[in-house]
Design a protein around this ligand. Structure first.
Ligand code: DGL
Length: 280
């Protein structure tokens, strides 16, 4: 990590959270639940989603632009809620930024290591996250003795975005993707993409109840809370009324984002603003 400049971090400053689109709201939702006093500025790159089929260079450039945008709000830390952006860009962002940056891949890897009993861990994610092998790398750093099976599941993101969370089509695709992992006998499965927790019940039903499903969002929010607490940076008081506690920005039309967001977050997302991120 680059040098952290603590002078830049104020307790009551917001936390920046970003994703390629709506999926990162599963991470924002966990932060809202676990550290309810914190303000959040969320950016969803809805004009350039999906990241999961793009190159490292492109995703890194996008992530750098978004970090610049979030910093204009004097955020005290940034959570890279997108697995693909965490896998491809986290090291570069850490080097370039003087506030803490937290990704979702490392916390997810740590939870899986704690959960596995037979040492066989499956990872499902976008093509980009799988090709980066970042989950494997972090898991191995923690425990070299486990076996990791990675599987790209590119059709899950469009299925979730189309609202087919409980649907025979999603069941069929999940069966095709997961059969291999079932045959291998994994006992732990990392949901290594922001969208997958939304089809958790389908995935759980198909993979079987003996497999622990790991949602990195939960552990990421825990790590964030711990990091803020260690640095005496937790916001002590609930933000007052009218303080715009949660603000949402997107790079394309806001309507679809707001509809989707309101279906998964029950904290009242009233609106989102569109920004031209290419100009930041
Ligand atoms: N947010 C992405 C991730 O977690 C999934 C959607 C995309 O491909 O951009 O990897």
């Amino acid at each position: 990590m680059g040098q952290i400049n603590r002078e830049l971090m104020r307790r009551d400053a917001p936390i920046g959270v970003f994703d390629s689109g709506v999926g990162g709201l599963t991470v924002a939702r966990e932060i809202m639940r676990q550290i309810p006093n914190e303000k959040i500025i969320y950016f969803g790159d809805t004009a350039r989603v999906p990241y999961g089929s793009k190159s490292r260079e492109t995703v890194t450039r996008y992530a750098e632009q978004i970090v610049r945008f979030l910093r204009s709000f004097q955020v005290k830390t940034i959570v890279v809620a997108c697995n693909t952006a965490s896998a491809y860009a986290i090291h570069k962002l850490e080097q370039e930024t003087d506030i803490p940056i937290i990704g979702v891949v490392k916390p997810g890897a740590r939870t899986a290591i704690n959960a596995t009993r037979n040492g066989r861990i499956g990872v499902i994610a976008t093509e980009a996250t799988i090709s980066s092998q970042m989950y494997t790398r972090y898991i191995r750093e923690l425990n070299d003795g486990v076996t990791i099976y990675e599987k790209a599941c590119p059709l899950f993101v469009p299925l979730v975005e189309e609202g087919l969370w409980e649907d025979p089509v999603t069941d069929e695709i999940a069966r095709r993707y997961l059969t291999e992992l079932i045959d291998i006998g994994i006992d732990t499965l990392i949901l290594g993409c922001t969208h997958y927790p939304l089809i958790r019940s389908t995935l759980g039903r198909i993979i079987g109840k003996d497999v622990t499903l790991v949602n990195p969002a939960y552990e990421t929010a825990l790590e964030l809370r711990q990091m803020l607490s260690d640095n005496d940076m937790l916001n002590q008081d609930p933000p007052g009324l009218g303080s715009n506690k949660y603000q949402f920005y997107v790079s394309d039309k806001a309507e679809k984002f707001v509809r989707f967001a309101n279906s998964i977050i029950k904290y009242g997302i009233l609106s989102a603003k569109t920004v031209n991120i290419e100009e930041v």
